[in-house]
Design a protein around this ligand. Structure first.
Ligand SMILES: [Zn+2]
Length: 284
């Protein structure tokens, strides 16, 4: 895919958002990183030294002074980026919140790109689709490290905002967000599951909380009682952690119905396993 084909104007943005969006990102003629006033930027902060280490450095004349470790990189933007995270169970509106935020950013004239994992092929690989059917064009990637190369370095430099959907599938989420926000001055909006169907940390989503400017935990409605739902119950007996599916496999549930549902699924699994064991032929 040629990245130039993806460049649209602000006018086409508003059309694309209200009608049928056919764009990946919006590259607008605006201030780029090179036009910001330069402020000395320290890529490798000097660590706090304890007294022993400080003394060793004073005694060893070949050891460079900590002051010499200050580095300025003129290619780095002087403005710092941001990281905002949307987490929650399935059907909580994470993708919708991500797209709304991206629409708002692009309406303000910022250049936006969206990434999703290529593991989720339910709606094709060229668009993000919310559970409500809203579509948004995107890049589907195996890992985030390949984003800059796929997009092109020039396009990356002009980019202001990067959206990441289904972030739990990206093992390099921490490194990417850290680099993009801390050193490249990007605003990164992340949407992903904080927990898997066992309510354990999913992928690297929780790892980026210490990096984040804001974290929003969204809730759905319990499919059984209608109360606030913060958990995802897998309705089937498969045990693999990454099992991609929609309402056929998962449902949002409240705490009580998560506990009851898990117990029911476990009981069913046990009953099926017992039945299989009884029916298995005996080999002599
Ligand atoms: Zn419930």
């Amino acid at each position: 895919m040629n990245s130039l084909n993806l460049i649209l104007t602000p006018k086409s943005l508003s059309l694309s958002l209200s009608l049928s969006p056919h764009l990946l990102f919006f590259l607008l003629p605006k201030i780029t990183s090179s036009s910001f006033p330069t402020i000395p930027f320290r890529r490798n902060p000097t660590p706090i030294l304890n007294n022993n280490l400080r003394m060793m450095m004073m005694l060893n004349s070949t050891t460079p002074s900590p002051c010499r470790t200050f580095q300025t990189d003129p290619s780095r933007p002087s403005s710092s980026g941001e990281i905002h995270v949307f987490v929650g169970p399935m059907f909580a509106g994470k993708t919708t919140s991500l797209l709304r935020r991206l629409q708002s950013e692009s309406s303000n004239g910022r250049n936006v790109a969206v990434i999703k994992s290529n593991k989720d092929t339910r709606y094709g690989l060229d668009s993000i689709v919310t559970h409500d059917g809203e579509k948004f064009p995107c890049l589907a990637l195996t890992n985030l490290a390949s984003f800059k190369q796929k997009l092109g370095v020039d396009a990356y430099v002009k980019l202001d905002v990067i959206g990441i959907d289904e972030a739990q599938f990206f093992g390099d989420l921490y490194d990417f967000c850290h680099e993009a926000a801390d050193y490249d001055g990007k605003t990164v909006i992340v949407a992903g599951l904080d927990g898997n169907y066992l309510r354990r940390s999913f992928g690297s989503v929780l790892d980026i909380i210490p990096l984040a400017d804001s974290v929003t935990k969204l809730a759905s409605r319990c499919e059984i009682c209608g109360k606030r739902a913060l958990f995802t119950l897998r309705k089937t007996q498969e045990k693999e952690i990454e099992l991609i599916g929609g309402a056929d496999l998962y449902m949002p549930v409240c705490r009580q119905h998560y506990v009851d549902g898990q117990a029911a699924v476990e009981a069913t699994r046990y009953a099926v396993a017992s039945q299989k064991a009884e029916c298995a032929p005996i080999h002599k």
